[in-house]
Design a binder for this molecule. Structure first.
Ligand code: AMP
Length: 484
């Protein structure tokens, strides 16, 4: 992976950390030459056993920043694993919001632990628990899990967390956004209080700070950049009429053919429509979003990672946290509803110092969102001028209904989806709810896991009525828990 010159001064050799030999071998085999800034800050702190709060977007090398020193501690510190006859105990627990991210973290543990005898398991919902339980029975040192499936397996007696020495929260803000605060609290209560705790989050809202105060002990704070600063990526905006967006996309793709391109659509329906329109123009495209089955999503991702990738059209939650290498272009076909989402989106390109380009298509009723992005990132996006037939060189007059006001307008229309801030969480739009259950809308528009744990526990039916009751219960708990 190419690291830009100005970042190089912040980087350090992995040898300087005194990591165990098998880990250095794995780093070499992986081809990493220098550590990224978050790795420079986090690795020594974690190696010496301290707690840590890391504010870092994906793409900064944060997985290695926690996985490498964690593996090092497993190899060198604390209780050694029992003799061969006794099953291994779970000594490290990593919690992550989505199946995709969990699988990805699991792959990283496999890569970095390749030359050790350490074992790990990955568990998430939406698939049979049988192989996961079998793997757990065989004994693992590290467990990487989504909160919902983990709680299910704890309740069934398949998981014992009483030997955990290191607890890691990855993408904590997304776990909270998806409504997992209560699940996280329950899981935390199963882990010994005397432990090392690491919390990573792309953003640091007040809620995360409060959790960190409660669960971490004098943590070191590391951050790669300002919370709101996107990675070093070339960013520009095309001002375009609504009816010309598809043609603009086609033309952009033709001009940049060969590169790996990720396109963000605001809605799942919109993503499918873009795919159909591109296919009409003989451009290979595929979509990834929450209405697709797990196997369809995997297929789309595999194709995108291949040597001849189709254009991938994604919704936000489907794409967040995904580590896809060499994404050259991120296109905001629709500008996101919140500026923070823009930062997450463009984090798909320019990962770990590689160069990348992000372009945004802005129509008149998106100017408000554009200005919000510019305020958050503290930079004005360059106006792209290379396709003058389809675009304008000046921002259109913001039309009524721009940004939040347009959301209001939209949500007042009967049958239209409400924006997430009116629903009390983004859970409903989750591409892959971490507990793997289908979510069902309750009478008041809230979404809860259908047939979820609380329903099972209370013995209530798991239809909408039950979900609604549990939804109310969960909301009450959430209010309580966030006012710590
Ligand atoms: P992450 O932020 O953990 O999702 O990592 C983003 C990408 O950076 C992954 O593809 C890693 O394999 C890669 N990566 C992590 N650390 C380094 C490094 N020190 N040098 C080059 N690439 C790295």
């Amino acid at each position: 992976m190419r690291i830009s010159a100005e970042r190089e001064i912040l980087l350090s050799n992995f040898e300087d950390f005194n990591l165990s030999k098998p880990l250095l071998r794995a780093i070499e085999a992986r081809g990493y030459e220098v550590a990224t800034p978050i790795q420079v800050d986090a690795i020594p702190q974690v190696m010496k056993g301290g707690d840590l709060v890391g504010c870092a977007q994906t793409g900064t090398g944060k997985t290695a920043a926690f996985a490498l020193p964690t593996l090092h501690r497993l190899l060198t510190a604390g209780k050694r694993n029992p003799p061969a006859k006794e099953p291994r105990k779970i000594r490290v627990l990593v919690l992550a919001p989505t199946r995709e991210l969990t699988a990805q973290v699991g792959e990283s543990f496999a890569v970095y632990g390749k030359f050790t005898k350490l074992r790990h398991a990955v568990i998430y919902g939406g698939v049979s628990q049988v192989p996961q339980v079998r793997k757990l029975r065989s004994g693992v040192d590290t467990l990487i899990a989504t909160p919902g499936r983990l709680l299910d397996l704890i309740n069934q007696g398949h998981v014992d967390l009483s030997h955990v020495e290191i607890l890691i929260f990855d993408e904590a803000d997304q776990m909270l956004d998806m409504g997992f605060i209560h699940d996280l609290r329950r899981i935390e209560s199963h882990v010994p209080a005397k432990r090392q705790t690491l919390m990573f989050s792309a953003t640091m809202p007040q809620e995360i700070r409060k959790l960190a105060d409660q669960w971490l002990n004098q943590p070191a704070n590391v951050r790669t950049a300002r919370t709101s600063a996107p990675a070093e990526i070339e960013q520009s905006v095309y001002f375009v009429d609504r009816r010309k967006k598809v043609r603009l996309l086609e033309q952009f793709l033709i001009n940049t053919a060969g590169g790996r391109t990720l396109v963000f659509s605001r809605t799942k329906h919109g993503a499918d429509k873009i795919v159909r329109q591109l296919q009409k123009g003989k451009i290979r495209a595929t979509a990834i979003h929450g209405n697709k089955s797990q196997s369809a999503r995997k297929r789309a991702l595999d194709q995108f990672k291949s040597q001849s990738p189709p254009v991938l059209i994604a919704t936000d939650v489907a794409a967040r946290g995904l580590d896809i290498k060499d994404v050259e272009h991120v296109i905001n076909y629709d500008l996101p509803e919140t500026p923070e989402t823009y930062v997450h989106r463009i984090g798909r390109t320019g990962r770990a110092g590689a160069s990348g380009r992000a372009v945004s298509f802005c129509k008149s009723d998106e100017v408000f969102q554009l200005r919000g992005i510019e305020r958050l990132t503290r930079r004005k996006l360059d106006i792209a001028l290379d396709l003058p037939d389809l675009t304008s060189h000046v921002a259109p007059e913001p039309t009524v209904g721009s940004g939040k006001s347009s959301q209001k307008g939209r949500s007042s229309q009967k049958g239209k989806k409400k924006p997430h801030w009116q629903k009390g969480g983004r859970a409903k739009s989750a591409a892959s709810p971490a507990n793997g259950r289908k979510r069902s809308a309750t009478a008041n528009g809230q979404s809860t896991p259908a047939g979820g744990r609380s329903a099972q526990k209370s013995g209530k039916p798991t239809g909408n009525a039950g979900s609604s009751a549990n939804g109310a219960k969960r909301r009450g708990q959430r209010r309580h828990s966030t006012s710590l």
